[in-house]
Design a protein around this ligand. Structure first.
Ligand code: 13P
Length: 287
């Protein structure tokens, strides 16, 4: 059964580790992430962007697939199904469809409007038992056509949004989605420290987990990050493994064209990536 992400993230913050949010795109992605979490006895959050939700046929299809897999794969570790960077309307669609967690990305609204919309969603999500993440300071890079510049959040705005009762908070600390450019100055630990001082035990979220060096990830966890989002890295691993299969001509040998064979190396590559991240984040054995 799906659970909200509140308890697993409170536990992570108190235990000084982070739970990974891995974004899903299809059945292979979802199976790979769930089976790795179960093997490693780790809690996990499945992230779904609005674009990926649409791609998979819609939010009801996603909920049906995930719930079916939890049952058929005998998954016993805590799993949350979380809308990633949701719009106001998207959040309501996911509440209705059976997600267990939502993120409202109001970072592009003026702070007063972000506060108003977040307040309403906090009330409605909590009434249905869902957890809710909010964002302050837009995360850079491009995701589903949403482009941000990698801002550093204002710690006072973080406190204002935290006080609305959100369960975890994404604060921009110079992180961006996708690959980091050569000249990226790194995470702003000064900002993260200031945000944590204002928000106390509230679990903080680090977006753009792809390509952040291990020592920066570890330091971010010591400064209160309890959820780390990873998307692009699984996509790169999947694409590279699939490319290798095709370039080696394996699809031309015997029944190598069977989609279950074509997609198998990519599936294994996602599993390896998720395992590496769970070990780095310290969530192994914490289910
Ligand atoms: P990456 O694609 O950079 O790993 O970022 C994922 C993310 O933050 C999803 O919200």
């Amino acid at each position: 059964m799906l659970v909200s992400a509140t308890e697993m993230l409170k536990k992570a913050k108190a235990g000084h580790y982070a739970v990974g949010q891995f974004n899903i795109n299809n059945l292979e992605w979802t199976k790979a992430i769930l089976s790795t979490a179960q093997e490693l006895n780790s809690p996990v959050i499945l992230g779904v962007s609005e674009g990926a939700g649409k791609y998979m046929g819609g939010y009801h299809a996603v909920v049906g697939m995930v719930n079916g897999l939890l049952q058929d794969m005998n998954i016993t570790v805590p799993v949350a199904l979380h809308l990633d960077h949701g719009s106001f309307e998207g959040c309501y669609k996911c509440i209705e469809a059976g997600f267990s967690s939502i993120m409202f990305d109001g970072s592009h609204y003026p702070i007063a409007e972000n506060v108003e919309k977040t307040t309403q969603l906090v009330n409605d999500a909590h009434a249905k038992g869902l957890s809710i993440e909010a964002e302050v300071g837009s995360i850079g890079g491009e995701e589903d056509g949403v482009v941000g510049m990698g801002e550093c959040a204002d710690p006072n705005e973080c406190k204002a949004i935290a006080d609305l009762g959100v369960d975890f908070l994404a604060a921009g600390i110079g992180n961006i989605h996708g690959k980091y450019p050569e000249n990226w100055p790194g995470l702003s630990f000064e900002t993260l420290d200031a945000v944590q001082q204002k928000t106390g035990m509230l679990p903080l979220v680090l977006h753009g987990g792809t390509g952040i060096p291990a020592d920066m990830i570890k330091k971010a966890i010591t400064l209160g990050v309890a959820k780390i989002n990873v998307n692009t890295e699984c996509q790169l691993a999947f694409a590279a493994a699939t490319r290798k299969y095709i370039e080696e001509g394996k699809d031309l040998q015997g029944k190598g064209f069977d989609p279950r064979k074509v997609l198998a190396p990519g599936y294994e590559a996602i599993k390896a990536t998720v395992k590496e991240k769970m070990e780095l984040f310290g969530s192994v054995g914490q289910a």
